[in-house]
Ligand binder design. Structure first.
Ligand code: NAD
Ligand code: NA
Length: 399
């Protein structure tokens, strides 16, 4: 069938398999162009492997250091005239390319928060890889059902203490307006968000993997966080999601303790603000990203998820002398170019000026919009969207 984008608010309901394949190929080409990641990972588990930073982590490991990869994600295959999700097509594309390159790649589709999927993953590692030497934790989800209690938690994106008013953009219409977001009404909004996006599930994974004996000597594990500029602090870092990120970061010493006897180590990497399915749902942030892109592209320091993850692996996690550069709080920072003083000063200046009238002139809203559609396989160079696409693409390792 002919597949066109169909959007509802911040989501795109359709996805294009050929566009997804080309986008994955482009990421692979980038990683190859950077050369081998020396001393890189060899057997990798990526939790949240189908889109965004997780997909790029998987590609960087596989095509940067010939790693065997197992990817866990929650996506929908095509069924009865309905197409699959973008992450499904991405994963189909990734496995196809990995297999053609002679690399081991298998995937598990299901709820990573559940005990069942953890068990299934452990069985697959035992059967095929024996052990893994890197575990990437890159889940982003609005909901989590707790595996021990069955309680279903929903996260919220709210400020804490007082309401927050700032500019925001509807990137489909290009209208810049003020938005006011009411603060949390109770402690539960905070604790629910921490339950979904905090560190508990990462800890459960590492505990289960360790208990099963599938973590290799010297294993590393990394999860992703975000800080960003002061202008988004009320909605991000000082808001409910920021409390979850604090919890995630506070899990690092706990995991280090757990991994000590394996000489293993855990990290949080603070990544750059980028267009992904998750970040497009946060108010204010897309407008900030549009200005950030404009400034960083002009300076030649702009990166997408694949540039970020290639750099994370090559220059942070797997350095030649084995040293991993950390900030004063013990975190890896690949948001360093985003947070550079000159970049932030320029973004802050533009932020004060930005309006509907000058949006296309002083921001990279067009780049934001294009990248958003790229996430779903649309507007990818070289794809003929008037041609019939086979929506029924499968992930080879999933029956
Ligand atoms: P994303 O939405 O692109 O990816 C989320 C992944 O999680 C997908 O693979 C999805 O299938 C998987 N997933 C969600 N729920 C699942 C479940 N129940 N079971 C199994 N898989 C599930 O998100 P992203 O932006 O790449 O975010 C990944 C991490 O990076 C998050 O911790 C996020 O906070 C962090 N981060 C994002 C940004 C940004 O600007 N996008 C910046 C810094 C850090
Ligand atoms: Na991800």
């Amino acid at each position: 069938m002919i597949i066109q984008p169909r959007t509802r608010g911040f989501i795109c309901l359709t996805a294009h398999p050929d566009g997804a394949l080309q986008a994955v190929k482009n990421q692979i080409e980038y990683v190859k162009s950077k050369g081998e990641i020396k001393n890189g990972p060899k057997k990798v588990l990526v939790i949240g492997a189908s889109t965004g930073f997780g997909l790029s982590s998987r590609i960087a490991a596989a095509f940067g250091s010939d790693a065997a990869t197992i990817g866990v994600f929650f996506e929908k295959p095509a069924s009865e005239g309905k197409m699959g999700t973008a992450g499904w097509y991405n994963s189909a594309a990734f496995e196809k390319e990995a297999h053609e390159a002679g690399l081991y790649a298998k995937s598990i589709n299901g709820d990573a928060f559940s005990d069942e999927i953890k068990k299934e993953t452990i069985e697959l590692i035992k059967k095929d890889l024996g052990q893994v030497d890197l575990v990437v934790y890159s889940l982003a989800s609005p909901r989590r059902t707790h595996p021990k209690t069955g309680v279903a938690y929903s996260s919220v994106l709210k400020p804490i203490g007082q309401s927050f008013t700032n500019k925001t953009v509807d990137f489909h219409t290009g209208v810049v307006s003020d938005i006011t977001i009411a603060p949390v009404e109770n402690e539960e909004d905070i604790s629910n968000t921490v339950a979904v996006m905090g560190g508990e599930d990462w800890k459960f994974w590492i505990e289960d993997l360790k208990a099963a004996g599938v973590l290799a000597e010297g294993v590393k594990t990394v999860a992703y966080s975000y800080i960003g500029p002061e202008l988004t602090f009320p909605i991000y870092r000082n808001g409910t999601i920021g409390q979850a990120k604090n919890d995630l970061e506070a899990t690092v010493p706990v995991l280090n303790d757990l991994l000590k006897d394996l000489n293993g180590v855990s990290y949080v990497s603070v990544n750059k603000a980028l267009v992904t399915q998750s970040s497009s749902a946060i108010p204010v942030v897309p407008l900030y990203i549009s200005l950030l892109y404009k400034v960083m592209k002009a300076k030649g320091t702009h990166e997408g998820t694949i540039e970020q993850m290639q750099r994370l692996f090559a220059d942070r996690l797997y350095t030649e002398n084995g040293e991993v550069a950390l900030d004063e709080a013990g975190r890896i920072r690949v948001d360093d170019w985003e947070m550079a003083d000159d970049v932030q000063a320029e973004v802050a200046k533009l932020w004060n000026q930005i309006s509907t009238e000058n949006l296309s002139e002083i921001s990279d809203i067009e780049g934001y919009r294009k990248e958003f559609f790229n996430l779903f396989g649309f507007e990818i160079d070289g794809i003929d969207y008037e041609k019939d696409a086979n929506e029924n693409v499968q992930v080879p390792s999933i029956e």
